[in-house]
Design a protein around this ligand. Sequence first.
Ligand code: ATP
Ligand code: MG
Length: 430
Amino acid sequence: MTQLKSLRGMVDLLPDALQRWQAVEAAAREHFRRSGFGEIRTPLLENTDLFCRGIGEATDVVGKEMYTFQDRGERSCTLRPEGTASVVRAALEHGLLSQGPQRLWYCGSMFRYERPQAGRQRQFHQIGVEWLGASSPRSDVEVIALAWDLLDRLGVGGLELELNSLGSIEDRQAYRSALVGWFQERRDALDDDSRSRLESNPLRILDSKNPDTQDLLESAPRLIDALGSDSRERFDSVQHGLHDLGIPFRLNPRLVRGLDYYGHTAFEITSDQLGAQATVCGGGRYNGLVEQLGGPSTPAIGWALGLERLMLVLESAASKDSSGPAARLTEVPVPTAYLVNRGDSAERAALVLARQLRRAGLSVQLDDSGASFSKQFKRADRCGAKQALVIGDDEIKNGIVRIKVLQQQASESTFSLGDINLIVDHLKAS
Ligand code: ATP
Ligand code: MG
């Protein structure tokens, strides 16, 4: 029979890799707790309308990448391709916004039908934050710092923060007509993709990956020059705030982000370790989205960080500095003790002892092979445990367990099997 495989672009995460994932998630959880952000979990499946209205029909995500299907009740459902629209929907559905601004974070799977390659999957994971009800330039700075400092805390180096302002709706409308006019005159020089975007979503041409289009863009009108004075002042304040925090950034007038709902601050954090999929984290301000989804006019800002790309960057950081914070994230925790046991009665007693020790908070690996003592001791050495607990027929006869410090021939203590507290104290002390 042919063996079944996972779907293309859908990846299993195995215990060794999950060591690092869990460490990253724990660091993120603590980071958000300190910053006053609360976790939110929303369903993986939503009404297709949510994303069409929230993200925009003309975007790649909605136009080409969504997993959409009819359920058995003939409703059109979509596996979430991103988190923001769902978080806003949930905040509105549960009246959270009437309680004041909401600082929320999430972590979970997203689904996009893309061409899989390193750092690009069809099911992938994001950690993200959404701050609903925050309008000041200071909140933009705080949110960017939240992403920057999380990456710093994890020991990720070689990052660059790219920053742009997309201005107000009016700024963008004026710029859009100027840009379309400019491109119309150079229509023949555009690639097919960009030409079709000229009607549907002209700003997206700015982040075309086509080298000829990129050359052409060198002389295109710039959004930054089309900003009105309020937008410009706002952008200046954000930049000053980042300076105050010592967070370096580079202005990138072509950074427009893929989703329609962004305005004013847009940013990405890229890594020089990732090749083509260089963006680890992307975000910005989306003041129009809450209203677009049927809520009261509410300013908001957020970002999402791709965990697969973060893991790639962490791997490379760990290989460069084997004792740095990134490497420490992959240290596999070793059990406190390895329980070597052989013989019917000893095996039964070992199961009881392992359970008592685990209940007392110790991590104990129980050998269930029934193999010779020497084989079991080899395994004990290999798993890295510092101590071995030994129960065989002799020990059972005397009602004892021996505790050996591994890799030290002489060091051995003996305890009565009933003195569980003494055994726990001994194991904890050494
Ligand atoms: P890209 O330009 O690389 O397609 P994007 O602009 O579509 O990224 P966002 O929607 O801003 O990405 O998502 C935020 C982050 O989520 C990205 O910076 C990236 O780290 C991650 N991400 C997005 N799509 C994928 C994917 N298909 N596989 C893995 N990670 C992804
Ligand atoms: Mg994309």
